[in-house]
Design a protein around this ligand. Structure first.
Ligand SMILES: Cc1ncc(C[n+]2csc(CCOP(=O)(O)OP(=O)(O)O)c2C)c(N)n1
Length: 561
């Protein structure tokens, strides 16, 4: 059956056909659609976990019980799950277990562009890099078999261009169910030091067998053409290489850890000059150099491109790109986050932030976020920033991020007598990645009903004594509440609660009375896309305006009606 599928959809279809019974993930671009697509198959139990560590551990439990199971996340998600991953490689699996890491070279929607192939090397697990959706589908199916055969988790590394581009994929559409028995075997599954030492030895023996597999793996392919130019490449870079150098000989590496040493040697001997082309780090290149072979690496920061390759290999100038007007990302009209940041800016507070739609508040004109690192970091950084320096500062965190990694920070701040104030921006969804549900929504990954766990209950149970819930569309209330709470010498929590603007019906738009507008530009400081300069004065684009009234509340001349 021919289907037009993205890389993410192909992985979902491959997993379905391979008999995956359980999949867990936490949303994160560019990986999110893997679980979303799988959730449509009734035979597969899918769950949005509260974070990636939880997701991987649940997946491990399913595998332990004998079921095939899938973990998927964006690259930084695997950092959160790295603790179970590093020992999972020691215990091995029961039911086939596939880990998908969707990396994001060029950081289209991420805080860094780390290359997660190093996890394979570090954890000593086999790594695969598909170049297109067809390969992603085929490899996914195969990797569950390999996982069971070699008793190892398998790692599939994709990148944004593969995750999100579509191509025609031939899919079988047939599902095969798999179930292995669970047998008590603590020497295999219980990693106490005495057993772990034996596990380590088994893992190293497994690595030797995987090395043999790599040399015989049919997806590691030599395409012999010109003898003058040879290119070793993997993943999406293969497509750039083929487009730029049709006549070059290519060693396309699909299983990139352990590397096919014999094939690499054979290839390097059969061509005059060898380049190793890969996205982000010289992961393959450095390993080939360590084999003592004379190669040149082309990698480094940001995505690969045909132009970049021609510049590196042929010294061709990169053509000037077309100048298109920049469209910086901006909070939506009617976004409940906007008012909070407007007030924080007015109060000139240091704001230690977090990741979500609200990260946009770092940009002008709101300029009201000073620090962003990784999910959950703001609350903990605030703890020492305020306690040790007696500073007036706040942390902001979204609701999904709070469930993901904010709870432990609140607990820590209370326990260690923190003095800061945190503002939880509760828009009742995971907005940034496309409205996935979380424990506060009362819905699950399949769209079914489940128990709602309110943020205030958790915060209270963590021992916070000062909790206030505010309407983020009431600027007066916001200002008063924040001002009062930061004066306290005790830890406090403000929950700013209103649904994401994209989940509620659009309200009546406002308009600006040109007779009253003096062109003072105060309304523009809200950074609302619906408000624009109209000659000397301001104007509201009614098709965009959501009627949130923030601009009306700050207009000094009562010109907004
Ligand atoms: C470890 C990790 N996992 C996932 C992501 C992607 N991501 C960042 S913040 C976030 C949640 C955003 O939701 P929320 O905190 O509710 O804020 P909103 O976008 O709704 O304002 C997600 C999924 C990430 N950056 N890091």
């Amino acid at each position: 059956m021919r289907s037009f599928l993205s890389g993410n959809e192909s992985i979902a279809h491959g997993s379905y056909e391979a008999g995956v019974r359980y999949a867990s993930s936490y949303p994160g671009t560019p990986s999110t659609e893997i679980l979303e697509t799988l959730s449509r198959f009734p035979e597969v139990e899918t769950e949005w976990a509260v974070n990636e560590k939880v997701a991987l551990e649940c997946v491990i439990g399913a595998s332990l019980s004998g079921l095939r199971s899938l973990y998927a996340s964006k690259h930084v998600g695997l950092n959160v799950a790295a603790d179970p991953l590093m020992t999972l490689s020691y215990t091995g699996v029961n039911g086939g277990l596939l880990i998908v890491s969707a990396d994001d070279p060029s950081m289209h929607s991420s805080q860094n562009e780390q290359d997660n192939r190093w996890y394979a090397l570090s954890a000593k697990i086999p790594l695969f890099e598909p170049s297109d959706s067809q390969e992603a589908y085929e490899l996914t199916k195969l990797l569950f078999d390999l996982s069971e055969k070699f008793d190892t988790p398998t790692l599939l590394r994709t990148t944004t261009r593969l995750s999100h581009s579509k191509c025609v994929v031939n899919i079988e559409g047939k599902r095969t169910e798999f179930k292995r028995l669970y047998k008590k075997d603590p020497q295999k599954y219980a990693a106490i030091p005495a057993y772990a030492r034996k596990m380590k030895i088994r893992m190293m023996e497994r690595l030797d067998k995987l090395r043999e597999l790599s040399d015989n793996f049919s997806y590691n392919k030599i395409e012999l053409r010109s003898k003058k130019l040879g290119i070793v490449t993997s993943g999406v870079s293969y497509n750039y290489v083929r487009e730029a150098f049709k006549d070059a000989s290519v060693l396309k590496i699909t299983m990139s850890f352990p590397l096919p040493w014999k094939k690499i040697e054979q290839f390097c001997r059969s061509v005059d000059k060898v380049y190793v082309v890969e996205e982000v780090d010289p992961f393959i290149g450095e390993q080939i150099k360590a084999m003592g072979l004379n190669i040149q690496t082309i990698s480094g920061s940001f995505e690969m491109s045909v132009e970049k390759l021609k510049k590196e290999i042929l010294n061709e100038e990169i053509p000037k790109s077309i100048d298109v007007p920049v469209r910086p990302p901006v909070l939506c009209p009617g976004c409940p986050h906007r008012g909070v940041f407007y007030i924080l800016h007015k109060l000139k507070l240091t704001v230690l932030g977090d990741i979500g739609c609200y990260s946009l508040a770092v940009l002008p004109p709101l300029c009201s976020m000073d620090f962003i690192l990784c999910m959950g970091a703001g609350i903990n950084a605030l703890h020492t920033f305020s306690k040790l320096n007696n500073k007036k500062a706040v942390a902001v965190i979204g609701d999904s991020t709070f469930y993901h990694s904010g709870i432990t920070g609140v607990l820590n701040s209370v326990y260690n007598k923190g003095t800061g104030t945190i503002i939880i921006l509760d828009n009742m969804t995971t907005a940034m990645t496309g409205h996935q549900p979380h424990p506060g929504t009362g819905r699950n990954a399949k769209g079914g009903k489940t128990q709602k766990i309110p943020i205030e209950n958790i915060v209270e149970a963590c021992g916070v004594e000062h909790i206030r819930i505010v309407n983020p569309f009431d600027l007066e209330e916001l200002k008063e509440t924040i001002s009062e709470e930061i004066e306290r010498d005790e830890f406090s929590v403000i929950i700013a609660r209103a649904p994401c603007a994209l989940m509620v019906e659009k309200k009546e738009p406002l308009h600006i009375n040109p007779e009253k507008c003096t062109g003072c530009n105060v309304c523009l400081s809200l950074d609302c896309p619906a408000i624009q300069k109209n000659g000397d004065k301001a104007g509201i684009i009614s098709s965009l305006c959501n009627g949130c009234t923030l601009c009306k509340q700050i207009c000094p001349f009562g010109a907004i009606e």
